[in-house]
Design a protein around this ligand. Sequence first.
Ligand SMILES: [Zn+2]
Length: 127
Amino acid sequence: MKSRKAKSYPRKCAVKFCRRKVHKSEKSPICSRHRARRWKERYPLRYSFNKLRNRARERGHEFLLTFKHYEKFALESGYAEGKGKTAESFSINRIDENRGYSVDNIECITLSENSSHHAKLPDDYPF
Ligand SMILES: [Zn+2]
């Protein structure tokens, strides 16, 4: 006698047209890629904070900012609103290039200002 299981694993992602599978150990109904995307849309500052921290580590810069510092800085400086991918978008710059990321060593400037002051691109440069 054949019996059908109520749920078959692996499940498919609940997002329409997505064919990626969801591992049975995951509670979420959507795949990891879509979960990452939703998380990014929901917590844009968390996402950009993680990205900046990863870049800083890759480049060997000290990173002393906590998310709380970052969030406060981003909201007060306008970075949260103005960050993006054009030359007029804001980016985070280290004031003293010999030092890492800390509350007193970051400023919010536009990419065009940044490239005129410095030869190198900022760590949060999006491309
Ligand atoms: Zn998906």
